[in-house]
Design a protein around this ligand. Structure first.
Ligand code: FES
Length: 700
């Protein structure tokens, strides 16, 4: 398993896990107890999980979040989603070649009664928003049930190895997402009125105002809540391009799940499509896991994510191509390369600008859609329902925590357990945390003194973030005007070189320049978190400015990592004073990683690109129907089967809507698909709580 398992990581600890065996298409493999099937397969180098019934094309994982059903395999005779099902000792797993066979009829089974559970509040999703809401409810002793489909609380927080933005008091700024998840969980578990169900999927909201939940894969429960909070998060959007269903093309969030949660190294070299925060952070997480990043394309003239995130990866040697898009993912059974090209102001490809880069993985990071089907159905059923986090509005996790807190208070008030009004400042803070990044400006390095010791700020864009101000005990750093949104400035010359601001900055955008020893050749301290590329005293480092432009090669004179640094390392170099304030990082990636393979012009027709990955329906088929005047997704589904597959149109509906837009049909004129129960696939027997004696049947 060596090489494909992450055995060393700058931020994550590697737990000791028990090895177990499993069989994949009759071949014995090794897995870790408690991990999901897809990660065990990836760790053994298996990324093709089957072949589609319609065109026999290879298929593998896409979302790693139970949303797309592309990862279906047969485990002990039953079709399951490999990304959601845990490996069992000596489990027999087979690829799905065509349509999976129905499981054999069990003759040794019994039905059991479905348990009915009363609760004041049901929270669907134990991520940042759900947990923050539960904290409010727990404090007031309100009977609350959290149902989360994963095996641990935290949602997307458990994938985040980087530090959070915002403010320390409001949303743990400067603390890593994985640590915030632990803090929230510890607090929640101290409240007796909050019950937590892990591995539990909310299946549907019924017209009698009850919610069906399957827990541990085989126990069906009916919940009767007074109020529901939908904090189910978001699902990743897909894109239409030739090769979009090839194994090796997957969502950036799926990649973070494999790398940061399951400690699997699923790629040797990858390319990212999308320059929002998710794509930029995924590229950074890849480097932390020792994976090369050949580049990132963004269709807009500038990345929509924070500039500090973009700068961080540019400094490490990842090129970002704005006004570019993916032309195709290329390969036979798996991604072997990506072709990208320039686009014009109307987002149309510019001929003969295509370049192909070698990579085995393409990450799609083009945005998220709220998981809001519960909300819509609950509203129709007349249940009182609230939404928080990404299920309400796609935003940063810091904002999700805050609007979860507000939702918790609103629910408590709705139940008559809270009289106080919700402070207006809470709503103002959510707005601030949701503020999109401001205009990028050139750094004003002349404003920093050239004596004593001084922090230098390389963040040149207004974003909601101020932990550097909070940690400075000498008041050296201030933010004028709004305390969260402005850019940090030097307030006095009292810096003592404690490095606290360098350690806490989530964008790694503060360096410290120390002129005390030698004013003409000061020492610069830079924050560093990619220890797979280890730097030690005496090593050469190609220094760069904040945007990754090379400055000069220097020698590392010292490195610092200690308890206070919380896994951020400081690399010290001595440089001429003329460049000292501009030094913001150093390059770690070799140039050859980022060079294009060869110039090619593709003749793939976009009409060939797959829109519905479950039923392999291509864009051309749908365009034809739109041009004929069809504006109802249900009709398109009936004619082409698009949206009829296992994922229940969670992946393709958004893509079909894009085709309507492309064909000039206003979306207000389009009839959406009728939602049918249930939201998530489950074997029929589960609803009668059938048990065969084969599975672990702990009851709740
Ligand atoms: S990859 Fe498993 S459901 Fe999408």
């Amino acid at each position: 398993m060596s090489g494909l398992r992450i055995e060393k990581h700058p931020i994550l600890s590697i737990p000791k896990r028990k090895k177990i065996g499993l069989y994949w298409n009759n071949q014995k493999l090794q897995a870790y107890e408690g991990e999901v099937i897809s990660s065990a397969l990836f760790a053994s180098g298996i990324r093709v999980f089957g072949h589609h019934v319609k065109d026999h094309s290879a298929q593998g994982m896409f979302c790693a979040n139970g949303q797309c059903a592309q990862c279906t395999v047969i485990a002990n005779g039953i079709p399951v989603k490999a990304c959601m099902s845990k490996v069992e000792e000596n489990m027999v797993v087979q690829s799905v070649e065509g349509l999976p066979e129905l499981p054999k009829v069990i003759d040794n089974f019994h039905f059991s009664k479905t348990k009915k559970i009363e609760t004041d509040v049901l929270i669907i999703g134990g991520g940042p928003a759900g947990l923050s809401a539960a904290l409010q409810l727990g404090e007031k002793g309100i009977k609350t049930l959290i149902a989360d489909d994963k095996d641990r609380l935290g949602g997307k927080l458990v994938l985040q190895t980087h530090k959070f933005f915002g403010s320390i008091d409001d949303c743990y700024a400067g603390t890593r997402g994985i640590e915030i998840a632990e803090i929230l969980e510890d607090k929640i578990r101290s409240y007796n009125s909050v019950n937590i169900w892990l591995n539990s999927t909310a299946m549907y909201v019924f017209s009698d105002k009850k919610v069906g939940v399957i827990t541990n894969g085989n126990q069906y429960r009916i919940i009767n809540p007074k109020i529901v909070l939908n904090a189910a998060g978001a699902r990743e959007k897909s894109l239409i391009f030739p090769g979009n269903t090839l194994p090796g093309v997957y969502g950036a969030g799926a990649f973070q799940t494999l790398v940061n949660r399951d400690l699997v190294r699923p790629a040797r070299r990858l390319f990212v499509v999308g320059g929002g925060n998710v794509g930029l952070i995924a590229a950074y997480h890849a480097l932390q896991a020792g994976i090369d990043v050949a580049g990132l394309v963004e269709a807009l003239p500038q990345c929509s994510g924070y500039k500090v995130h973009a700068d961080k990866i540019k400094r490490l040697g990842v090129p970002i191509y704005t006004r570019h898009t993916i032309v195709s993912a290329n390969g036979n059974e798996h991604v072997e390369s990506i072709t990208v090209g320039k686009i014009n102001d109307s987002f149309k490809p510019i001929a003969s600008t295509e370049r192909t880069y070698e990579c085995d993985t393409v990450l799609i990071a083009v945005g998220l859609n709220p998981v809001d089907e519960f909300y819509k159905e609950a509203e129709q059923a007349g249940i009182k329902i609230f939404a928080a986090g990404d299920a309400r509005e796609i935003a940063e996790a810091s904002s999700a925590m805050f609007n979860g807190k507000i939702a918790g208070m609103e629910i408590a008030r709705g139940l008559g357990k809270e009289d106080k009004p919700i402070p207006k400042t809470w709503y103002q803070k959510v707005n601030i945390l949701n503020t999109p990044p401001g205009v990028e400006q050139a750094p004003d390095y002349d404003s920093f003194p050239e004596e004593n010791i001084t922090p230098v700020f390389h963040c040149t864009q207004e974003i909601p973030c101020n932990p550097c101000v909070s940690v400075c005990s000498k008041g050296v750093i201030s933010i004028p005007g709004d305390s969260l949104l402005g850019k940090p400035q030097i307030a006095n010359n009292d810096c003592i070189g404690c490095n606290k601001c360098v350690f806490i900055c989530p964008g790694l955008a503060i360096s410290l320049v120390d002129y005390r020893d030698d004013p003409n050749n000061p020492v610069v301290s830079i924050a560093y978190e990619v220890h797979n590329y280890e730097y030690k005293k005496g090593d050469p480092a190609l220094l760069t400015d904040c945007e990754g432009n090379p400055l000069e090669e220097a020698v590392v004179i010292d490195t610092v990592i200690n308890k206070a640094s919380k896994k951020t390392q400081i690399i010290k170099v001595r440089v001429p004073k003329e460049i000292a304030k501009r030094v913001a990082g150093f390059r770690i990636q070799r140039d050859e990683v980022t060079l294009p393979k060869k110039e090619i012009t593709l003749d793939n027709a976009p009409d060939d690109a797959i829109v519905c990955r479950c039923e392999r329906v291509v864009a051309g088929e749908i365009r034809k129907l739109i041009r004929k005047g069809i504006k109802d997704l249900n009709q398109i589904k009936a004619i082409t089967r698009a949206g009829m597959g296992a994922c229940g149109s969670k992946t393709c509906e958004n893509l079909i809507l894009q085709l309507f837009k492309e064909q000039g049909v206003p979306l207000e004129e389009v009839t959406l698909s009728t939602i049918r129960p249930v939201f998530v696939e489950a074997p029929f027997g589960v609803f009668s709580n059938i048990s065969s004696g084969r599975r672990d049947e702990k009851t709740l």
